[in-house]
Design a protein around this ligand. Structure first.
Ligand code: 9Z3
Length: 316
């Protein structure tokens, strides 16, 4: 079966793509984990379940991958948001880029926040301990982390490439579909728009002896359309729109709402994404949410997620 797009702007059909390509090597394990997680939580009446996607996707240049294209996303939005979803009573499937930030550990795993800096040696006992000034906050984070882990509220599933992401999102969406409006999709991962389909990729390491490298990238299959209309048609679906040009954000976000027919687009600009976002919903004026200037310990997610929880609660 051919996977060529009908026109260069249209891109590949996502369902056809999934039929003719191979899933990631850990697919069976992920499917089992997702099935077990959903079997457990779907039996709890009214329990809401969120699929939070997070981090960037890679675009391999070779099948046996030496080189790949990547993007800026560290997964801060997804990891931070997952904590708020858990605190608000959701169970969370955290579909994240391998080695990107994770809920709870994100507080101590960033390069400027090395976990070793929080520890000290007690000279008397010669034991490692948490420095007193950090202990209270760490206790609080540890408590929430253990609660999520011990009570199976958080399932982490990882992807690396954009192709892995499509396979896992498709599976999770179809598995969550029976939950109908209890299911929420929060698509914060920075998914590449372009990639090299496997059949067009070099098998082995591209050799520099062949001269300069010109790469032609195809459009990544647009998965939002089938996600909304077929895979999980009654779920509450939130997508993100990222732009760098402020003039493009509103038209592109509104276009996505019309094109895909889902419930909410959260718009953000690369340079200000940690301080402000816009909510776009059908038939309403965009809502601008911005952090107060004197709020160094607050995250923008704490400001906008309560509004999202309300929208989900009043959905259907
Ligand atoms: C976002 O816009 C996220 O908010 C960020 C978060 C990636 C900016 P960080 O990980 O950044 O906290 O550093 N995600 C963009 C999602 C995306 O790629 N959306 C697609 C699009 O805009 C459609 S689903 O076309």
């Amino acid at each position: 079966m051919s996977v060529s797009p009908k026109s260069p702007t249209q891109g590949l059909d996502p369902e056809k793509y999934l039929k003719v390509h191979s899933p990631p090597s850990h697919f069976q394990q992920c499917k089992d984990d997702i099935d077990n997680f959903l079997e457990f939580w779907s039996q709890i009446p009214d329990r809401k379940i969120a699929l939070v996607t997070s981090g960037g996707t890679t675009v391999p240049l070779e099948s046996q991958t030496v080189r790949f294209l990547d993007n800026f996303s560290a997964g801060t939005r997804g990891a931070t948001s997952a904590e708020f979803f858990l605190e608000h009573g959701y169970s969370v499937i955290f579909l994240h880029r391998q080695f990107s930030l994770q809920p709870y550990s994100r507080h101590y795993s960033h390069t400027t926040n090395c976990f070793l800096d929080y520890l000290e040696m007690d000279p008397k006992s010669n034991q490692i301990q948490v420095e007193a000034k950090y202990a209270e906050e760490m206790k609080d984070i540890l408590f929430k982390y253990k609660d999520a882990k011990d009570n199976r509220k958080l399932l982490a599933v990882s992807f690396v490439t954009v192709s892995d992401y499509l396979f896992l999102l498709n599976y999770a969406a179809q598995a969550m579909a029976p939950l109908e409006s209890r299911a929420l999709f929060y698509l914060a991962a920075a998914v590449s728009d372009f990639f090299i389909p496997p059949e067009l990729m070099a098998q082995h390491k591209i050799q520099s002896t062949e001269g300069e490298l010109n790469i032609s990238l195809s459009k990544v299959p647009k998965f939002l359309k089938p996600l909304v209309s077929k895979w999980a048609p009654n779920a509450f679906i939130v997508s993100f729109k990222l732009e760098t040009d402020p003039l493009l954000l509103e038209p592109k976000a509104k276009q996505a709402l019309v094109q895909y027919g889902h419930q909410l687009v959260i718009g953000n600009l690369l340079g200000t994404r940690k301080h402000e976002v816009w909510f776009f919903t059908v038939g309403k004026e965009p809502v601008h949410l911005q952090m107060p200037t004197d709020s160094p310990h607050m995250t923008i997610e704490s400001l906008f997620l309560p509004r999202l929880f309300e929208l989900h609660s009043s959905y259907k």
